[in-house]
Design a protein around this ligand. Structure first.
Ligand SMILES: *[C@@H]1O[C@H](CO)[C@@H](O)[C@H](O)[C@H]1NC(C)=O
Ligand SMILES: *[C@@H]1O[C@H](CO)[C@@H](O)[C@H](O)[C@H]1NC(C)=O
Ligand SMILES: *[C@@H]1O[C@H](CO)[C@@H](O)[C@H](O)[C@H]1NC(C)=O
Ligand SMILES: *[C@@H]1O[C@H](CO)[C@@H](O)[C@H](O)[C@H]1NC(C)=O
Length: 474
């Protein structure tokens, strides 16, 4: 045995001080084929997620953000909405309903004074993508049969319809103004940066919501709108046609909407994959949707690089530059792959192995110390890293919880719809009289900082930090 050189000794010390000094923590070992193992591991990860949102004891729910349905810096409003979706998945896939009242309270509190998912406290910098992530959780609540809100409030279905109708209004305005022939802008308000950007999260959001509303209500108008949004995206640089999903396109180029921001993000793929899967199912297997679904799934293989063991990665992980938003994105790809395995079972054989490999890797990172007394189950950002990588928070916890929970996708009922027992109250007209020119509550206090947009800040980071970093990764 050789003695350590001074440099080696120093390296060993550094390692000790960061990794080994903590008392030995047992890594979570997930058996991806065992229902019990999935439930057990998911429940530990879920505990360490909910503890970051609220203290729950005999005295009730004490939310850490101050009032129900929000988190705190650095987490924007949209991510709280998305977190409730991850927790709904956790319930649906494991049967553990202990957080359902927390979820209901948070969702209902954010309906907004005008029942449009634009609560005054948030609307000053709300974008279409922020709003749609709350709508995704509303339709999930309907599909999973979370008890509807009390009778004096709209049902989950109605709240989804509200956002859908607002989106149709915004889309129609772009058609009337002939800005790129249609397509929604990223922002709702023109004074926010990103107003000139038409992005996939918003337009894919309309496609995806339309497809799920068609499935739930069997009202074909929703499917027609889903197809219309998809076809517009297909003739724009957002969807070049080979399964690639770009992030967005600028309306100020000549001609407008000429180029795309090509940075690939897991959640954009997830939105399109699940939307196509719902349309595939709704149309009883139309060739158009089967082809698109297959292409999206094939392209999304880029997120599972072989040199990372085939484990799901987000591009920004390469240089550890993922912001708080981006740290949650893998949750949505995982979530929507789970539902795709249900809605388009013939694709399950290519989906489930990717999820299993990723979930096992994610689980073994969950050994960080929870600051909220929920055990040493804080999950890391990089799933290919052995053990916890020192990065933890709401986003990383969501990604691990979602990818682990969905492994039960083939064991639970697919999303309910109106004709298979779903009973959420709808209101097809809600949101049709929405006026985006109505000034949000804090309009007169808007600062330059706000103008950067609280909306999911993908382009800014893409331009400043990444600038092609994904070439290095893939
Ligand atoms: C808006 O913020 C206030 C506190 O500033 C809070 O009491 C209220 O519940 C919030 N409303 C919504 C809908 O979040
Ligand atoms: C996806 O990839 C598989 C395997 O390479 C191939 O057989 C299939 O045709 C591809 N699907 C599409 C729609 O391109
Ligand atoms: C639609 O979803 C149901 C429920 O999961 C499934 O049984 C059926 O095979 C799906 N249809 C198609 C065309 O894949
Ligand atoms: C179907 O949806 C459209 C669009 O929201 C709505 O105008 C129409 O009333 C709905 N039809 C039924 C029967 O609910």
């Amino acid at each position: 045995m050789r003695l350590f050189s001074p440099a080696q000794a120093l390296a060993a010390l550094t390692l000790l001080s960061t990794d080994v000094v903590r008392p030995q923590v047992q890594a979570l070992v997930l058996d991806p084929l065992s229902e019990d193992s999935i439930k057990d591991v998911a429940s530990k990860v879920a505990g360490a997620l909910v503890a970051q949102y609220a203290d729950i004891d005999e005295k009730g729910i004490h939310v850490l953000g101050g009032y129900p349905g929000i988190l705190y810096e650095p987490y924007y409003w949209w991510q709280a909405g998305a977190m409730f979706g991850t927790l709904l998945d956790y319930w649906h896939y494991t049967g553990d309903d202990q957080y359902n009242e927390v979820i209901r309270e948070g969702l209902i509190h954010q309906f907004g004074e005008n029942l449009d998912l634009m609560p005054g406290n948030q609307s000053k910098n709300e974008g279409n993508d922020d709003q749609v992530f709350w709508a995704f959780s509303m339709i999930m609540a309907a599909e999973y049969k979370l008890p509807d809100p009390p009778g004096d409030k709209p049902g989950w279905l109605a709240m989804t319809q509200s956002v859908f109708n607002q989106f149709v209004g915004r889309y129609n305005k772009e058609v009337a103004d002939d800005v790129c022939g249609g397509g929604m802008r990223w922002q709702i308000f023109h004074w926010l940066n990103g107003w000139n950007y038409k992005n996939t999260a918003s337009n894919g959001g309309l496609f995806h919501l339309g497809a799920r509303l068609a499935m739930y209500t069997k009202n074909d108008t929703y499917a027609k709108w889903a197809e219309k949004a998809f076809d517009w995206m297909s003739q724009s640089p957002l969807l070049p046609g080979d399964g690639t999903v770009n992030d967005g396109t600028d309306v100020k180029t000549d001609p407008p909407c000429k180029d795309a921001d090509r940075n690939p993000w897991t959640y954009n793929y997830g939105i399109m994959i699940a939307g196509a899967a719902y349309m595939y199912n709704y149309t009883n297997g139309a060739e158009k949707w089967k082809t698109h679904l297959g292409q999206f799934l094939n392209k999304s293989m880029m997120f599972y690089p072989e040199d990372k063991g085939g484990v799901m990665v987000e591009i920004c992980e390469a240089n550890t530059v993922c912001d708080a938003d981006q740290q949650s994105f893998k949750a949505y790809l995982a979530r929507w792959l789970g539902v795709t395995a249900q809605m388009a079972p013939e694709f399950a054989p290519i989906i489930m192995p990717r999820l299993r490999t990723s979930a096992v890797a994610a689980a073994q990172t969950c050994q960080g110390p929870s600051q909220h007394g929920a055990g040493d189950y804080l999950c890391g950002e990089k799933w290919y890293h052995q053990g916890w990588d020192g990065i933890g928070g709401v986003g990383t916890q969501m990604t691990a919880l979602n990818v682990i929970s969905v492994l039960n996708a083939e064991r639970v009922p697919p999303p309910y719809s109106g004709d298979t027992g779903g009973t959420s109250r709808g209101n097809p007209g809600l949101g049709t009289n929405n006026h985006d020119d109505r000034l949000p509550k804090f309009e007169n206090e808007i600062t330059t900082g706000d103008k950067a947009g609280a909306a999911i800040v993908t382009i800014i980071v893409a331009v400043l930090f990444l600038g092609g970093a994904w070439w290095m990764l893939f």
